[in-house]
Design a protein. Structure first.
Length: 257
C-alpha cells in the first residue's frame, strides 16, 4: 500500500499519541466555535454534570470550563492526553471543576440519566455517529443536551479522490440533512446545526500540526514510521485545500426528548 493511501489506523498508537500530544487540540475546532455551540445550551448550573468524550489534551475542555458552570469530566483513551489535560486544568486553576479520566467511549463510567451535557468535538467518529448518539443517550437526563462535531459531506456528489479517501477513513460520513435525521431518530430534538468555519482547519489545525510536526520529527529523527505518519498529515491538508467545498466539520447541538 502506498504511503498516501495509509490511514491513521495503521500506525502505532504511541506514535500517533506522541505526535498529537504536541498540539492543544487534536481535531478541527476553535475556542470561538466551542463558545458558539455552548450558546445554544440553556440548562446549566453549578450543579450540572458535563462529560467531554474523546477530550484529547483538553483544549476545548478548558474553554468549556471557562464559559459554563458545572463539573466537567474529560474522558479519553490515551493516558498521555489525560495527563496533559489534568496538568493544564491545574495550571488554569480549574482543578476543582475539571477532571480528566482514562476510559473508552464504548464503555462510559457514568450513571443512567446522570449528565446534563455530553460534549464531544471531533471524536464521535471513533464509535460511529449513530451508535454514539444511541448509546450515550441513556447517560443524559431528559432535557439534557448533546453537542458533537462530526465530518459531513456538503454535496450529494463529489470527486472520486476525496470520496475514496473518506470512505476508507470513515464510511459513516454523511450529508448534514441525513445526520440531522439520525439525531431525530435517536430520540433528540435537533436544536442547532452549523458548519465550522475554514479557519478551524487552516489556522487552528493544519498550522498547529505543522509546528507539532517539527518537534515530532526532531524527536524521531531516522524513524521511518514516524516520517510516514508525518507525511500523511500533510496529505490530509493537501486534500482539504483541494476539496474543501465538498466536506468539512459540522457542529450538532441536540436536546434529549
Ligand atoms: N476533542 C479533542 C480531540 C479530538 S481527536 C479535540 O477536539 O481537540 C479524537 C480523540 O478521540 C483522540 O483524543 C483519541 O484519543 C480519542 N479516542 C479515540 N478512540 C476513543 C475511545 N474509544 N474512547 C475514548 N476516546 C477515544
Amino acid at each position: 500500500m502506498s504511503n498516501e493511501n495509509k490511514t491513521i489506523h495503521e500506525f502505532d498508537l504511541q506514535l500517533i499519541c506522541d505526535f498529537f500530544s504536541n498540539m492543544e487540540r487534536q481535531g478541527p475546532g476553535s475556542p470561538e466555535v466551542t463558545v458558539k455551540a455552548l450558546s445554544f445550551i440553556d440548562n446549566l448550573t453549578d450543579k450540572s454534570l458535563i462529560a467531554d468524550i474523546g477530550c484529547g489534551t483538553g483544549g476545548q475542555t478548558m474553554v468549556l470550563a471557562q464559559h459554563a458552570p458545572g463539573q466537567i469530566t474529560g474522558l479519553d483513551l490515551f493516558p498521555d492526553f489525560i495527563r496533559i489535560l489534568n496538568h493544564n486544568a491545574g495550571r488554569l486553576g480549574l482543578q476543582d471543576r475539571v477532571r480528566g479520566i482514562v476510559g473508552s467511549m464504548d464503555d462510559l463510567p457514568f450513571g443512567q440519566e446522570e449528565l446534563d451535557l455530553i460534549w464531544s468535538e471531533g471524536a464521535i467518529y471513533n464509535i460511529g455517529f449513530e451508535r454514539g448518539l444511541n448509546e450515550w443517550r441513556k447517560f443524559l437526563k431528559t432535557g439534557g443536551y448533546i453537542a458533537v462535531s462530526e465530518s459531513s459531506w456538503f454535496t450529494d456528489e463529489r470527486p472520486a479522490e476525496i470520496h475514496d479517501f473518506w470512505v476508507d477513513a470513515y464510511p459513516e460520513i454523511d450529508t448534514i440533512p441525513n445526520q440531522v435525521a439520525k439525531i431525530h431518530k435517536a430520540g433528540y430534538l435537533p436544536v442547532a446545526t452549523f458548519v465550522l468555519p475554514e479557519n478551524c482547519w487552516t489556522e487552528h489545525y493544519f498550522a498547529k500540526k505543522t509546528a507539532a510536526q517539527e518537534v515530532f520529527l526532531n524527536k524521531h529523527a531516522g524513524n521511518k514510521a514516524a516520517e510516514e505518519f508525518s507525511s500523511l498529515q500533510f496529505h490530509e491538508e493537501v486534500l482539504y485545500r483541494k476539496y474543501k467545498e465538498f466536506y468539512g466539520y459540522t457542529f450538532f447541538i441536540a436536546k434529549k426528548r
